[in-house]
Design a protein around this ligand. Sequence first.
Ligand SMILES: *Cc1c(COP(=O)(O)O)cnc(C)c1O
Length: 391
Amino acid sequence: MSRWSERLAQRLKQLPPYLFAEIDRLKAQVAARGIDVIDLGVGDPDLPTPPHIIRRLQKAAEDPANHQYPSYSGMDDFKVSVARWYRRRFGVELDPANEVVSLIGSKEGIAHMPLAFIDPGDVVLVPDPGYPVYQAGTVFAGGVPYTFPLTKDRGFLPDLSALDEGICHKAKMLFLNYPNNPTSATADLDFFREVVDWARNHDVIVCHDAAYTELAFDGYRPHSILEVPEAREVAIEFHSLSKTYNMTGWRIGFAVGNTDLVAGLGKVKTNIDSGIFQAVQYAGMEALDGDQDCVKQNNRVYQQRRDLLVEGLRKAGLRVTPPKATFYVWCQVPEGYTSASFAKHLLSEMGLVTTPGNGFGRFGEGFVRMALTVGKERIQEAVDRIQRIGF
Ligand SMILES: *Cc1c(COP(=O)(O)O)cnc(C)c1O
């Protein structure tokens, strides 16, 4: 034990324990036994960034004008590209100067958002199960996370009317994420209308994490919360180029929406970071303005993988709903198992890494998440093992 490890700040000690540590340990053990491990655990695209985006980075990296500090809130041209993309994709008009801020990946913006608006003791509503960053960002700002459940019977959409009135009164911020990680649930425009009405009535900031709006199947087109006109009064939406263009390593995203919310987040960032490498912003413009065929192609690949995995799991007797969006399959664990024991069984008996649902919150119990981020042959092999070995 080193000298400082016990003296970590309370804000770090307060975070929930790292529930995947056990899986990581087991994974190393299984691999050491010489077993061929198939990793369905990570939500990181295995496909490469499209070549036209890489070429743009190469060219921009050679230009000395891009070697200095970039502007804090993002290059004007990048923000114009974002606004153009929003108009094309969602029919929403944005003012690039005041309603867009660039981010070093959307995770960065999500984590910093509470620092801009949450005072110690303020309540932030976070989904359970959910992306852990909503809770961590809240705790770092001294806020109090209050979780609300996402359950199968409601299609993993929250029942805001069921929230305790006292809590609603105290709440200052709400995090939502559709298409959803980890459940892969989607939300229609009526749901977003309800959310916006609720938030206006209760004076709550809505942070919508829209990382997966471009990753959808069967012709389904996910919505932006800003398609609801009144959303501009209460909402900020976080977007990422990571999943859409296979750019997780590049670290570029953006947030759009209410002017004051965008400005608040921008002010935090001005004091912490110094923006995104301009060459990466040029590559981002190329991604947003360029041919979107690469996105369609991605989705075709994921859709084939989805069909293979869902059909295979069902044949093995597991209960799954085919996702309409995201690259996650949220699979119910069979009788007699918990999330952790089923994930452990899949790993130690079959060499399959999945993510136990309870790692995303206690309402994730009873599920495991499988990511469609390995090739078809590997998915076929995973399915074969499940059907052969069983549970
Ligand atoms: C992947 C992901 C993000 C995006 O992260 P970046 O920082 O933009 O790479 C945001 N939210 C959720 C729920 C995600 O799964």
